[in-house]
Structure formats: structure tokens, C-alpha cells
Design a protein around this ligand. Structure first.
Ligand code: SAM
Ligand code: SF4
Length: 454
């Protein structure tokens, strides 16, 4: 790996789980009424054709992992479960009243925090009530995030019986020193046990999350983690770049010094080595940060160009409308985004008052919708084109001027009406997408928002 390229392109940048990215949402474009209108429009256009997606954010965790950048609330009090589940159902009922007829749920994802903090009984209660007011698509895609330390047989069986066939386990790293530093002691045997149980129950896709760039990781330790991961052969692997964002309030990244983190060059080498080991074992790199066995649907979706990227990362399919429930959840009607309050208390209070617990959002204009497609193409398919007139943008000359240097560096190939990311450019796809990010380019650079791109 060319370290001079790492130095040149390692700048703060978005991960493009949406466009516009959240810090560049235009609050003035948004109102709850406009949000509701866009949800109804999207629902009318897409419910019968493809159904909708539901994301449920379940924020509680028993213990803080000191690397974590997710929206979570740490508590050991399980009495919080029932009031939270009731609030999510209340929020769902507000959406049902708005939609007017039962939605067809095709995709459902439980994220967190830690969904498996909740008891299997509370999860069943939540989902049975959610389903009783909806229709379920013929081939549903239901998935959840499980913490290996507290995912039980009963969790896996209960969710399997409710239609879940996909689970991702947070693994992060197996090295004792790294685990101690990130306050997450999690033996290999635990991960093996939950992976085996999921498979024996019939889960079709088991995914493991790993992170490179954590404190005290070395080439050797990373190789040991990848070897252990390979021995369990998860169908998918998310190999995330550690996002170090301690300046964001409430994240709780502490317990180690900046100097304990690998340098940018070392961090990239960790990735390169890990990638080589995974590819040698039959994994195929998908988009950015993800690997899949050829038998998994994520690989097929990349081949068929149906792969999608959203706030949860890559997915093998998508719907036009995604309703996010729970504290901090983001909803996407394709025409607009909306985010719920990030404080559990405010969320519960607003739902209790019968109002949608939204605190910000963005309504996409015509330009946003085109840029959004280009950025999705780049992040998912590593190429984009403007052969059809609806993909043309008046700003294309400026965009292409911004990628000239990247072409010289061999990160992209350009043609008359396309840009394609090269193998060398894969690591810099966030930088390449930034050339299309017209909202960011128009505003003053705000450097302390994003993690580094490499
Ligand atoms: C909500 S958590 C996973 C579910 C469960 N809470 C657990 O820890 O197993 C989702 C994933 O986000 C990733 N993640 C969290 N903070 C991160 C950070 N700062 N940088 C990179 N990835 C991060 C981790 O890999 C984690 O498994
Ligand atoms: S990594 Fe998972 S368990 Fe740990 S604090 Fe974050 S959300 Fe909670």
C-alpha cells in the first residue's frame, strides 16, 4: 500500500450512509408536516410494489465499550425494557394512523445499543404487537444485532420463530489486551457458541463485526483475530475502520490515549493485511469495509447491482420507505430524512404526548436526489455514470475537476460519461464520493465533525 497516498488522502470525511450527510441537513427545509407528506407519498408509491422497512433502535447496554460511537444508554436496570417497548409501539401506532392502511413489512432490523439487552419475552411482545397491525411480505428480510456476551439460545430461537434469518454479532477484536482497553471482555468460545447456535437453528446469514485501528492492535494481533474469525466462517464480515470521534458529546471514547492508537499508516496496513487474509480464505470485498462469502446474498446483490447502503451499512435489498422507531432512529422516505430525539427521556416524553418524537430532518431537493444516486452508486458499485439525462448535473464539470488529481493518482478511471473506482482507489472511496458532495462543498469546511477517511 502506497503510504504517500494514505498521507495525502487521510482527511476527515463522511462515511456516506446517507446523502446529504446528517451534519449538512438543511433544518429550514424540514417540518413535521413536510415529513408526514413525504412518508405518505412514499408509502402510496411503494407499499404494494415492494413493502416497507422498519428499523427499531434498542439503545440499552449493560456495560460501556470505550470505543463505541453508537447511540446507547448504559444501565443494568432491566425495568427500563417494558416502558421503552411500549413507547416504540405507541410511535408505530402514530405512523399507522398516518398511513391509513396496514403496511407490508418486508425488511425489519433491530439495532442498538444492544437489542439482546431486552429479554426474549419483551422482544416477542414488541414484535407480535408490531406485526398484528401490519402485513408481512412473502419473503421477509429480518435481521438483528446481537452482543455475543448476552445473546442466549432463547433470544435466537424467539427471533427465529418470528421470522429472523440474519444476525450480526459484535466481535471487534479477540486480543486480551485490546479487549481490556476497550472494556469488552469477550472470549472466542462465547462467539463460537452463539454462532453455532444461530446456524443450528437455521439462520441463513451470520455476520461478525470486526474493527481495525483499535488501541494496541498490531499486525500479529490482527492476524490472530482474523484467523479466529476465519475458523468460524461467518457469511459476512463488517471490517470497520475505527471511528475516533471523542469530541462528540456522550460518545464515551476513553480509557486509552491517542498514542495507544495505531498511526494512519499502521492502521491502513492492519486493513490491508486483514483484507488479504480474508480474501485468501474465500471472502470477497463488498463496497467499503464489508466482506462476504460468495454464497451470501450480499455478494449476489453486488453482482446484480441491487445492493444498497443506509444508516445500518450495506444491505442486499432496500425499500423506498424506511420507518425508524426508537430513540435516535433515522427514517428515510427517499424524499426526506427525519431523526428522532437522541435522549431516551425526551423520546419517551414526546411519544407519551402522542407526537412524533422528531428533532431534525431534511427534505431533499431535485439536486440532492441526483447526487444521492451518484453517491450510492459510488459507495455500493464503485462506479457511477450520467448516460441517462436524469443523472446529469450542471455541476459535473466542477465535480470532474475535483477528481482529476485522483485520476492521476490511479484511484479512478474516467470516460465520457462515467467514473469508475480502481482497485487502488477502493480504500479512498469516501474521498472520491466527497467530490460529489455539493452540500458539503458549498459550506465552510467543518473539520471536527467526521472521522478520518483512512
Ligand atoms: C450497535 S453495535 C453492535 C451490537 C452490540 N451492541 C454489540 O456491541 O455487540 C454495532 C457495531 O458498530 C461498530 N462500532 C461501534 N462504534 C464504532 C467505532 N467507533 N468505530 C467503528 N465501528 C464502531 C461495532 O463494530 C459494533 O459491533
Ligand atoms: S459496542 Fe455495543 S455493547 Fe458496546 S457500548 Fe456500543 S452498542 Fe453497547
Amino acid at each position: 500500500m502506497d503510504t504517500s497516498l494514505v498521507r495525502k488522502y487521510n482527511i476527515p470525511g463522511p462515511r456516506y450512509t446517507s446523502y446529504p450527510t446528517v451534519p449538512y441537513w438543511d433544518e429550514h427545509s424540514f417540518s413535521v408536516d413536510r415529513w408526514k407528506e413525504s412518508v405518505c407519498r412514499s408509502f402510496r408509491e411503494s407499499n404494494e410494489r415492494e413493502g416497507i422497512s422498519v428499523y427499531i433502535h434498542l439503545p440499552y447496554c449493560e456495560q460501556l465499550c470505550t470505543f463505541c460511537a453508537c447511540h446507547k444508554r448504559i444501565t443494568r436496570q432491566h425495568s427500563v425494557e417494558r416502558p421503552y417497548v411500549d413507547a416504540v409501539l405507541e410511535e408505530w401506532r402514530s405512523y399507522l394512523a398516518l398511513l391509513g392502511e396496514p403496511p407490508v413489512i418486508r425488511e425489519l432490523h433491530l439495532g442498538g445499543g444492544t437489542p439482546t439487552f431486552f429479554s426474549p419475552d419483551h422482544l416477542r411482545y414488541l414484535l407480535e404487537n408490531l406485526f398484528s397491525l401490519s402485513r408481512i411480505a412473502a419473503q421477509p428480510e429480518f435481521s438483528f444485532e446481537g452482543h455475543p456476551n448476552n445473546t442466549t439460545y432463547d433470544h435466537l430461537k424467539t427471533l427465529y420463530d418470528l421470522g429472523f434469518r440474519r444476525v450480526s454479532f459484535g466481535v471487534q477484536d479477540y486480543e486480551p489486551k485490546v479487549q481490556q482497553t476497550i472494556n469488552r471482555i469477550q472470549p472466542f468460545e462465547k462467539v463460537k457458541a452463539v454462532t453455532d447456535v444461530a446456524r443450528s437453528l437455521g439462520y441463513q446469514s451470520v455476520s461478525h463485526d470486526l474493527i481495525f485501528g483499535l488501541p494496541f492492535q498490531t499486525w500479529d494481533s490482527m492476524a490472530r483475530t482474523i484467523e479466529k474469525t476465519n475458523s468460524l466462517k461467518p457469511d459476512r464480515i463488517a471490517f470497520y475502520s475505527y471511528a475516533h470521534v471523542p469530541w462528540i458529546k456522550g460518545v464515551g471514547q476513553r480509557g486509552f490515549e491517542e498514542s495507544d492508537l495505531p498511526s494512519p499508516d499502521e492502521k491502513r496496513a492492519l486493513y490491508e493485511n486483514g483484507k488479504r487474509m480474508l480474501e485468501d480464505s474465500g471472502y470477497i470485498e463488498i463496497g467499503m469495509d464489508h466482506f462476504s462469502l460468495p454464497s451470501d446474498s450480499l455478494y449476489a446483490s453486488m453482482k446484480q447491482k441491487t445492493i444498497h447502503r443506509n444508516f445500518m451499512g450495506y444491505s442486499s435489498s432496500s425499500t423506498q420507505l424506511m420507518i425508524g422507531l426508537g430513540m435516535s432512529a433515522i427514517s428515510d422516505s427517499w424524499y426526506a430524512f427525519a431523526q428522532n430525539h437522541k435522549s431516551v427521556e425526551t423520546y419517551l416524553q414526546q411519544v407519551g404526548q402522542g407526537i412524533l418524537p422528531l428533532f431534525r430532518g431534511h427534505v431533499l431537493d431535485g439536486e440532492d436526489l441526483v447526487v444521492r444516486r451518484h453517491i450510492l452508486n459510488l459507495m455500493c458499485l464503485l462506479e457511477t455514470n450520467w448516460e441517462s439525462p436524469e443523472m446529469a448535473l450542471p455541476q459535473l464539470p466542477g465535480i470532474l475537476a475535483r477528481v482529476v488529481e485522483m485520476e492521476k493518482d490511479g484511484l479512478i478511471e474516467t470516460g465520457d460519461k462515467f467514473v469508475r473506482v480502481t482497485e487502488k482507489g477502493r480504500n479512498f472511496v469516501r474521498n472520491i464520493a466527497m467530490a460529489w458532495d455539493l452540500r458539503m462543498i458549498r459550506q465552510e469546511p467543518q473539520t471536527r465533525i467526521f472521522s478520518m477517511t483512512v
